[in-house]
Ligand binder design. Structure first.
Ligand code: F6P
Length: 342
């Protein structure tokens, strides 16, 4: 059997670890052959592929990014997109696919599976917002990077007695903000799931100065102020209709500075959170997902996705996951109330 492998959407640390484990197990245990599909659904539509064998995946375990390339191409918005993917699979004699992606890439995978293409999905994203799985790989690395940044910002904030606002990724969900904010001892954490009240954030900032410490405010890029519009620098949208975010951190720092009369600055962590070598945990999870994806293909469990439940890797139907978004529950967010403003 020949298996095509593709990585779609925003890249994240651990993608290469999945590719490696899929190829190693498929080739070594089952004698399968592999074809790498370049740049996610973009390469699938255009028929751009590259050879993928055990030699090609040697040494890639600790590498960030993806050796296959990625894109946000949405074949469902391209005329005849699904048929062109079928043509590529036919031309390359690919029998089944392993699709590694986040909510958008996996929604396309679900539609393709419904159209009869044999495939298995593997969830990835630094945002940890794919439904059906407790965690995605990439998240642990991103949280580590953001936490280290917050640790560093504490000392400079204290030296200058400034408010420092840290904007982290998280379009629809505040998992990175919450985990890194808690781990880094932030004094306010603002997430997309809960509209924030600027007056309340000001009160937290002032309280922190009163006790002679400088405040660190962690804000997810998708967080919005109460009764306000989402603040964006750029109104353009990608092929899945997502607006390009970034701007809430700057906006919030300006508001805090003018309302509290204390100097405020912003650090936007941006793509630094997505780049570079994966953490040990992400390599572990990505490797397990790859191994289980191969078993799912072997068992003919098409149209499913590998998912983490507790410490077990299970299979969930892609149809159950497509179009959903795993958000931070209110009760979890509220667990940390005691740290805000203190
Ligand atoms: O989907 C993951 C993510 O990291 C989001 O948090 C962020 O909004 C987006 O990717 C940025 O994507 P791009 O690199 O395509 O601008």
């Amino acid at each position: 059997m020949r298996v095509g492998v593709l990585t779609g959407g925003g890249d994240c640390p651990g993608l290469n670890a999945v590719i490696r484990s899929v190829v190693r197990k498929g080739a070594q245990e089952y004698g399968w052959e592999f074809t790498g599909i370049a740049d996610g659904w973009g390469g699938a539509v255009k028929g751009v592929t590259r050879p993928l064998d055990v030699a090609a995946v040697r040494g890639i375990l600790p590498l960030g990014g993806t050796i296959l390339g990625s894109s946000r191409t949405n074949p469902l918005r391209i005329d005849g997109g699904i048929d062109r993917i079928r043509e590529t699979l036919r031309d390359q004699e690919i029998d089944a696919l392993v699709v590694i992606g986040g909510e958008d890439t996996l929604s396309v995978a679900s539609a393709l599976a419904d159209a009869g293409v044999d495939l298995v999905g593997v969830p990835k994203t630094i945002d940890n917002d794919v439904g059906g799985t407790d965690y995605t790989f990439g998240f642990d690395t991103a949280v580590g990077i953001a936490t280290e940044a917050i640790d560093r910002l504490h000392t400079t904030a204290e030296s200058h007695k400034r408010t420092l606002v840290v904007e982290v990724m998280g379009r629809h969900s505040g998992w990175i903000a919450l985990h890194a904010g808690v781990a880094g001892g932030a004094n306010a954490i603002l997430i997309p799931e809960v509209e924030f009240d600027v007056d309340r954030v000001c009160a937290w900032v002032e309280r922190r100065f009163e006790i002679n410490y400088a405040p660190i405010v962690v804000v997810a890029e998708g967080a919005v102020p109460r009764a306000g519009q989402m603040v964006v620098k750029d109104e353009s949208r990608d092929e899945f209709g997502h607006v390009r975010l970034s701007g809430i951190g700057d906006w919030l720092a300006r508001e805090l500075e003018s309302r509290t009369r204390k100097e405020a600055r912003t650090t936007v962590l941006g793509h630094v959170q997505r780049g570079g070598t994966p953490s040990a945990y992400d390599r572990w999870l990505a490797t397990r997902f790859g191994l289980h994806a191969v078993d799912a293909l072997r068992d003919g469990a098409f149209g499913t996705m590998t998912a983490l439940r507790g410490t077990d890797v299970v299979r969930v139907p892609l149809a159950e996951v497509a179009g959903t978004n795993k958000r931070v529950p209110m009760e979890l967010y509220e667990e940390f109330d005691v740290f805000f403003g203190t």
